[in-house]
Design a protein around this ligand. Structure first.
Ligand code: ZN
Length: 56
């Protein structure tokens, strides 16, 4: 089971992430990383991780 982290998103992104292992979440640079959901949708990859489709 992947470990969930506090929601975070990218300044210019359209989604937020809840997993540190999320590929699109982990490429967000520190400069652009913002804590919180930012009124955005949950990232699709994070949804899959939560559903157990993507281990790690
Ligand atoms: Zn994600």
């Amino acid at each position: 089971m992947a470990k969930q982290v506090s929601p975070f998103h990218s300044k210019g992104g359209e989604v937020y992430h809840i997993y540190g292992v999320c590929a699109s979440g982990s490429i967000i640079t520190k400069k652009n990383k913002v804590a919180g959901k930012g009124n955005k949708k949950l990232c699709k990859a994070c949804v899959d991780i939560r559903a157990g489709k993507r281990p790690r």
